[in-house]
Ligand binder design. Structure first.
Ligand SMILES: [Zn+2]
Ligand SMILES: [Zn+2]
Length: 334
């Protein structure tokens, strides 16, 4: 069972790493750490290679491209192929309920519909035609979103809660973030599609993780398979359990994905319930951070603390995501 112990240790390490990065991402320590790391690396890696890496990173994260969509579909395809090829058949032989086994496919269909909608839908592009109506939707807080601000690239007045996306080169109403996995901005009009996409993706990973775990537990522990050994071609003693490497690898992948996606889903649901966008959550602390020189105010100035003025109760906040104000009339105007 050494393999399993090592595997669990590896999984725990990855999860601790991700949680630490999430906690540090709101502080300036991580930026300092990244800058220090980049300086060390710049002395080791040749200049031409650094330039090539910068070009690749710029292409991947600062331009609109389909790389992550392809990667997403490839990984999803591989996991479902393995599930269909091995787990599904074995589970049927072991007498698992067919409804239970078909659940990942149902989730896949719903997921692909909302994935496509997240990719192709208009997130809330602000144009000259809808600028006026969108300016009326949210109140200006005068801290994070002052009145009468203009985007000189798009040549529009910026409504409260909007932001110019540098990747898409457009201003987006109730801007949340730019998602490379769907190659689109997430804003007022497609946040609902993105939320359901995330929910079904997490559910499909978790369902597969549960089915594969129950299958392996039944196969390995109940039938004492983990104690069975055989002698391989080279004369080494091997555990029979390790003859299912693809299933074990897939299980590790979907378990890790379930935790990561589950954590991100909880964060997204928290933002939806409290009526905040990722952009506002990220900038919220920085608006009054005394340690950051670029946002520090002169001591004589009145302290301006950011306060969320858009939350009007759980149901109203969720209603805003699923029935965004002015979406229909503004969509017609585009
Ligand atoms: Zn703009
Ligand atoms: Zn964008």
């Amino acid at each position: 069972m050494d393999f399993l112990v090592l595997f669990l240790f590896y999984l725990a390490l990855v999860l601790i790493g991700v949680v630490t990065i999430c906690i540090c991402s709101k502080t300036h320590y991580l930026r300092g750490l990244v800058r220090g790391g980049a300086q060390v690396i710049s002395h080791i890696i040749p200049e031409c290679l650094q330039r090539a890496m910068r070009k690749v990173l710029h292409y991947l994260f600062h331009t609109r491209n389909h790389t992550f969509i392809m990667l997403h579909l490839l990984l999803q395809g591989l996991v479902y192929a393995e599930y269909t090829w091995e787990v599904f058949g074995y589970c049927q032989e072991l007498g698992f309920s067919l409804h239970y086994l078909l659940l990942p496919y149902l989730l896949l269909v719903i997921n692909l519909v909302f994935f496509t909608l997240s990719c192709v839908s208009n997130p809330g592009t602000i144009t000259k035609a809808n600028e006026f109506s969108l300016l009326q939707v949210y109140e200006f807080d005068e801290v994070m979103f002052p009145k009468n601000m203009k985007c000189f690239t798009c040549n529009v007045r910026k409504p409260a809660r909007s932001k110019h996306c540098r990747v898409c080169n457009r201003c987006v109403h109730r801007f949340d973030h730019h998602c490379v996995w769907v190659n689109n901005c997430i804003g007022a009009w497609n946040a609902r599609y993105f939320l359901i996409y995330l929910l079904t993706l997490t559910a499909s990973a978790a369902t597969m993780a549960v089915v594969s775990t129950v299958f392996l537990v039944q196969l390995v522990v109940v039938s004492d398979l983990y104690l069975e050994t055989y002698v391989d071609d080279l004369g080494h003693l091997q555990y029979l359990f390790l003859t299912l490497p693809r299933i074990v690898f897939m299980l590790g992948f979907v378990v890790m994905l379930s935790f990561l996606l589950g954590g991100y889903l909880c964060f997204t649901l928290y933002l939806a319930a409290t009526n905040q966008t990722t952009n506002e959550w990220y900038r919220g602390d920085r608006a009054w951070c005394h340690h950051c020189p670029h946002v520090a105010r002169p001591p004589s100035a009145e302290p301006q603390v950011y306060r969320n003025i858009h939350s009007h109760g759980l149901w109203s906040n969720l209603g805003e995501i699923f029935l965004p104000a002015a979406a229909h009339c503004a969509e017609k105007m585009n």
